[in-house]
Design a binder for this molecule. Structure first.
Ligand code: T46
Length: 141
C-alpha cells in the first residue's frame, strides 16, 4: 500500500501499567498541527469514507479496538487497531473507512494541518478520477 504504514511507539511497562510517549520530532513523520479524538461510536456505525488531498495523519486507538480499511484506488487492506502503543499512518490520496468500533473505544488522530473541508474527497468516483495514474507511478507522500 502507498502512503500507509504501522508505527510502533516505545511502551514503558514495568508492571504498574503502561506509559507511551509520542514525540512529534522522531516518532511522527510530519509536524503535528491538530489532535482530535472520536468516542461513543455505535458498534454498527461506519465513519470515514473519504480521502485527503494533502493531509497526513496517524490514527491511534487509545482504548478498545477499531478496524480501519485503507484503499489505494482499488487495492485495499484492513488494519485492526487495538494497541495504544502503535499508530496507523495514512498519507494523502488514501481512501479510508472506520468500523467495528468496540464499546468504549477511543480513536485519537494526529494530523499535519488544521481542519479544512476543501482537503476532503468524499465521493469515491471523484477519488478514483483524481488519483488516476498516481499509484501506477509509485508516487508516495
Ligand atoms: C479522518 C478520519 C480518521 C471538525 O470540525 N474539525 C475536525 O478537526 C474534524 C476532523 C472534523 N470536524 C467536523 C466535520 C464534521 O462536521 O466534525 C464532523 C465529523 O467529521 P467527519 O465526518 O469527517 O469524521 P470522520 O470520523 O468520518 O473522519 C475523521 C476525519 O474527519 C478524517 O480526516 O481521516 O476521522
Amino acid at each position: 500500500m502507498y502512503n500507509v504504514g504501522m508505527i510502533k511507539f516505545k511502551k514503558n511497562d514495568a508492571g504498574v501499567g503502561a506509559l507511551v510517549a509520542i514525540e512529534g520530532q522522531g516518532d511522527i513523520p510530519f509536524s503535528i498541527a491538530r489532535v482530535y479524538y472520536i468516542t461513543g461510536v455505535p458498534q454498527d456505525a461506519k465513519r470515514g469514507a473519504h480521502a485527503h488531498r494533502k493531509l497526513h495523519q496517524v490514527l491511534i486507538c487509545l482504548n478498545g479496538s477499531v478496524t480501519i480499511k485503507v484503499d489505494n484506488a482499488g487495492q485495499q487492506q484492513e488494519f485492526l487497531l487495538d494497541d495504544p502503543g502503535e499508530g496507523l499512518y495514512i498519507g494523502p490520496k488514501v481512501w479510508r473507512e472506520m468500523y467495528n468500533f468496540s464499546p468504549e473505544s477511543v480513536l485519537m488522530v494526529l494530523a499535519s494541518a488544521t481542519y479544512d473541508e476543501l482537503d476532503y474527497i468524499r465521493d469515491y468516483h471523484t477519488y478514483l478520477q483524481d488519483t488516476r495514474g498516481f499509484f501506477d507511478k509509485g508516487e508516495t507522500r
